[in-house]
Design a protein around this ligand. Structure first.
Ligand SMILES: [Zn+2]
Length: 265
């Protein structure tokens, strides 16, 4: 819930402390942490397609836009979207958008579809929301298959690194990655806790796999699957604006929990 949003901006002095030094003349709003929301797929890539014809690219954009409205109304973060309309954006470019702007967090938003062989049909078919963080080795075959499907949007996952000698680069990267991994895990945990009271969740809802879009070494990142378009009940819910608003409420709570604690410590 966002009760009281907008009623307490003066009560958040801690937000005046930016993560990185900003020019002093650039006032408070620029010092707010930047949240980059990444609606999956777009353009020629529809993502998952539900049995009733619902397109993943459409529902995830609607949820991202709804979430942006809530976060902006809260006044605690700035928000950027990797796409704000039905266009194709390569996975590496989505990561680069967050890195270029030194985002405080990156949240990729998707809707899943169970592949054949995972009980995609019938009442027992998988449904519910889940959240993913990056791992070289997937937590389970289901997650590995999901990452493969999501990564097929494109194959270019290269990272731009500062121009330093390779050994220094390796050390820098590994330090950065360790810190970012911890923050990503916390982002996923807090987002999952926020969703747990409000939305049906997949079993073992926090999973790990090698998503290209989660590979920024310096931006805490997570990927949320807001439901299964392959499940008729989930598909029906995701088509309802009121349900998408509920999903956005949960995600906003998760983002606020993450940013709040990060700023306070
Ligand atoms: Zn997707």
């Amino acid at each position: 819930m966002l009760a009281g949003a907008g009623a307490m901006p003066a009560a958040m002095p801690a937000l005046a402390a930016p993560r990185r030094a900003a020019p002093p003349e650039r006032a408070s709003r620029a010092a707010l942490p930047l949240v980059v929301l990444d609606p999956g797929h777009g353009g020629a890539d529809p993502g998952a397609v539900g049995q009733a014809g619902t397109l993943e690219k459409r529902v995830v954009l609607a949820v991202a836009q709804e979430l942006r409205r809530r976060l902006e109304a809260g006044g605690r973060v700035r928000v950027a979207l990797t796409r704000n309309r039905d266009v194709f954006v390569p996975l590496a470019e989505r990561v680069a958008i967050a890195r270029r702007q030194e985002a405080a967090l990156f949240l990729s938003i998707h809707a899943d579809s169970a592949p054949p062989g995972h009980g995609a049909q019938g009442r027992d078919a998988p449904r519910g929301a889940s959240i993913y963080t990056l791992a070289e080795t997937a937590s389970d075959p289901f997650s590995a298959a999901l990452a493969r499907r999501e990564n097929m949007a494109d194959q270019a996952g290269g990272l731009r690194l500062p121009s330093v000698p390779p050994d220094v680069q390796r050390i820098l990267l590994s330090l950065m990655r360790a810190e970012t991994r911890q923050s990503s895990e916390r982002l996923a945990r807090q987002t999952m806790q926020a969703m747990a009271g409000d939305l049906p969740l997949l079993s073992n809802p926090h999973r790990r796999a090698g998503f290209v879009v989660l590979k920024a070494p310096d931006v805490p990142s997570a990927l949320v699957e807001i439901g299964f378009l392959s499940h008729p009940a989930d598909e029906a819910l995701l088509n309802r604006p009121a349900w998408r608003a509920r999903v956005a409420d949960s995600l906003a709570d998760g983002v606020h929990a993450f940013v709040g604690r990060r700023v306070a410590t």
